[in-house]
Write a protein that binds this ligand. Structure first.
Ligand code: ZN
Ligand code: ZN
Length: 592
């Protein structure tokens, strides 16, 4: 029944789209055109069933909808996944343009992931933090995509289901993970202010009639009570046989396959990360021994190489900016990076899309540091921002420790990673190859992998004159990516105990105790996510080698970079397939 309806809509839209959109369609066969229309219907259906995610990508049709997380809702999602997999099965992606072939693979992966999440992972039973509704309310309140009164009305309508939502959540939860239960309590009590206070504060700034305002505030009160009573429920939950926070090898490999989409397994990437750590230690020891006399004169070196490295890192970390110069320093680094990328001809930068550096807006987590804010795929035309956290009001000790971490060297690497030629440049290229599927389901390992790859590329090309201090600091930074993978896999698949994890991070990766404790907390409540940096980096480096061989004398780094970026945020393995595909012309020149 449902299949029939979808087939019919497809048919109708094929013709309407042909009239209006054929001029903007990329060239391609009839199959490509029909597939592009199918994509639009696929997303329409997907947003209807995932209104929270729709809001977060800037698709605001379902802002007022909160779905009750019951069995029927899951069944609708399952049916959707099965129907789409069936529809996808009717296409022959072999005839598609490269970009559509990638979209096809990503849609198929996404639907299999959805099906697997509901049937095998079942986080709705054991992860109480998966029921947090507050994030989307905060987004509606803080993002200025529509007039305030309109956003508050959606906010109000969306609150209607909150009590029923949490009643259902309580029914679904069974033997939850203790760490995720604590996280859920923390997040719900920490975030309820959005509904309890922020909503009321915003209402005061509108002309909504007083009587309506009163209704809205009454509902906010009921909603806040429901959220607090869910937190109480979790606090008092009798949980004699909690599930372990460790995901276990089988679920882990599957999750890795769907989320990372590498050509390798999690275990293979883990093995490679262990080797990478050895290599980095070796390189770091070389630089540290070279630097020793400069900083320690004739003082004898410790016998343990890790200790030598640690001492040199500590010593050169004191070169850092003052707390109130943090944003200014970043603003000065960016033009330096642009000039370097141009002088070495690494990748073409688009001067019409300047990057705006701003102080981190108040409603963002308040975690200092730097991050990129880019417009959602449905909000194009807006600025990209480089958010810089302020250290104002920090205790001197805390600021000092933070600034040592983001010392003069690491601060430059951070700017390479976040901005030029890292995340920001990748995003500009991705926007030139518009594909809603790639923006919405963008592959995290490709995105993070590119940023990490771009750091190495800058240093390989002589950034900062290859000062040994800079190299040493980059190795430390890169070691963090490798150790993220080692940690995540070891904890979730190999039962690594806490003490061993902390030792790995502090002793072998030169992290501060507080940072290591924070990482342990993170690996208790997430899985696989920490693999994206190293896996993406490794996959890009590996494919560049292959591409180099294939190109022979014609190889140019800039060509590789631009070709790689031109496909948008697709999994590295699909970009590899496209870039290394045999070109039809090559077949005819075959002499045999
Ligand atoms: Zn200092
Ligand atoms: Zn990043």
């Amino acid at each position: 029944m449902i299949k029939k309806i979808i087939a019919l809509t497809l048919f109708v839209s094929f013709f309407t789209a042909c009239k209006k959109d054929s001029s903007v369609m990329p060239e391609g066969g009839v199959d490509d055109v029909s597939f592009n229309n199918y994509e639009i219907h696929f997303l329409d259906g997907y947003w209807k069933l995932n209104p929270d995610m729709a809001t977060s990508v800037g698709y605001h049709k379902y802002d007022s909808v909160l779905l009750i997380p019951n069995k029927q809702a899951r069944e609708k999602l399952l049916t959707f996944a099965k129907v789409q997999l069936d529809s996808l099965g009717r296409y022959n992606p072999g005839t598609f343009l490269a970009t559509n072939k990638m979209d096809f693979g990503m849609m198929q992966n996404q639907m299999q992931y959805l099906q697997w999440s509901i049937e095998s992972l079942k986080a709705y039973e054991w992860d109480p933090s998966s029921y947090n509704v507050i994030g989307t309310f905060a987004y509606i309140l803080n993002e200025h995509y529509a007039p305030l009164a309109k956003r508050l009305t959606n906010f109000y309508q969306r609150m209607a289901n909150i009590p029923a939502y949490y009643k259902e959540a309580e029914k679904q939860i069974k033997n939850p993970v203790v760490e995720l239960t604590s996280l859920a309590i923390e997040q719900h009590l920490g975030g309820v202010g959005v509904i309890e206070n922020d909503f009321a504060d915003s209402l005061k700034k509108t002309n909504i009639p007083e009587a309506t305002k009163k209704l809205m505030l009454d509902r906010a009160k009921l909603s806040a009570d429901a959220i607090k009573s869910f937190a109480d429920y979790l606090k008092n939950l009798k949980n004699d046989h909690p599930r372990s926070f460790r995901l276990g090898k089988d679920l882990y490999e599957d999750k890795f396959k769907y989320e990372i989409q590498s050509s390798q397994t999690a275990q293979q990437v883990y093995n490679a990360a262990v080797e990478r750590k050895k290599y980095l230690h070796h390189e770091m020891a070389k630089r540290s021994i070279e630097l020793w006399p400069k900083y320690f004169g004739t003082r004898p070196m410790p016998a343990d190489t890790l200790e030598i490295i640690g001492k040199v890192i500590d010593t050169i970390s004191v070169k850092h900016v003052a707390p109130d110069e943090f944003q200014g320093a970043i603003e000065k680094i960016l033009p330096k990076l642009t000039a370097f990328v141009k002088s070495k001809d690494l990748v073409t930068l688009d001067p019409s899309k300047p990057l705006v550096v701003r102080k981190e807006p108040g409603y963002m987590a308040g975690v200092a540091g730097a991050s990129m804010s880019s417009p959602g795929p449905y909000d194009t035309g807006q600025n990209s921002y480089f958010n810089v956290g302020s250290l104002a009001g920090w205790a001197p000790e805390r600021a000092e420790s933070y600034l040592r971490e983001y010392n003069q060297y690491i601060l430059q690497i951070l700017c390479i990673h976040e901005a030029i030629p890292g995340h920001y440049v990748q995003l500009v290229y991705a926007n030139k190859a518009p594909s809603m599927i790639k923006s919405v389901f963008g592959n995290g390992a490709m995105i993070e992998g590119w940023a990490v790859y771009s750091e190495q590329m800058m240093l390989d090309n002589g950034y900062d004159n290859n000062e040994p201090e800079m190299l040493l600091m980059w190795y430390k930074w890169n070691l963090r990516s490798a150790c993220n993978t080692i940690l995540d896999y070891s904890v979730h698949c190999l039962n690594m105990p806490k003490q061993q994890a902390i030792t790995l991070l502090t002793h072998e990766a030169f992290q501060q105790q507080a940072e290591a404790e924070g990482k342990w907390k993170r690996v208790n409540v997430t899985s696989v996510q920490l693999d994206s940096y190293y896996t993406g980096f490794k996959d890009i480096m590996d494919m560049r080698e292959e591409w180099k061989k294939k190109q022979g004398d014609k190889y140019k780094l800039k060509d590789f970079n631009e070709k790689f970026l031109s496909y948008g945020s697709a999994p590295v393995k699909s970009i590899r397939d496209a870039m290394l595909a045999k070109e039809p012309a090559a077949v005819s020149s075959d002499k045999h």
